[in-house]
Design a protein around this ligand. Sequence first.
Ligand code: SF4
Length: 193
Amino acid sequence: MRGIKKLMQIWRTKKERKQLYFTLKGKAKENDVELVPVKIKEIPVHEGVRLKCLVPQCEFYGACRICPPNLPPVSEIRAALQYFSHGFLVVFRSAPISYEEASEVEIKLLEAVEQLEKLSWSLGYYRSMGLVVGGCKLCEQCASLGEPCRHPYRARPSPEGLGMDLTLLARRKGIPLKWPPGEEVFFLGLLLI
Ligand code: SF4
């Protein structure tokens, strides 16, 4: 078991891990987002989170090709998470905003996550994978399932659609995220390494 765990670790030393964190932190600052390191075992995954996409039904449910039910089962995601060695919550803080403004913020957050993913990938962390909350906002209307995605390298499923409870994770990490939102609104992304 220990052997497998070691094999899955992609950095050799704590120093390497620290270096990556500080490099990514600099890039995050350029993009007005914060980075919060998380361990993979700290990411809560539950079928109930996926159920919340359906009840009450999210506007993206079935309408977006990378939202439920067009995603792998949650059990598969739970198992797949073990492939990664570490994660970072990507946090964008904002004053209360309208629904339209929220879509713009989610695109901005996607751009930040893309840059962080690209940077860590270019440093040799080839498993790097970024996710962003909310349904994909890149097209006004998603391409139908029989057609190719219009932005295949940019479109990302939301962590919630994959069954990850980012609200719980963020709260456990000291981010005062509230539902309904309070004076400060938090938009979350997740970078897996
Ligand atoms: S990029 Fe466009 S086509 Fe692709 S998942 Fe997003 S909305 Fe759908």
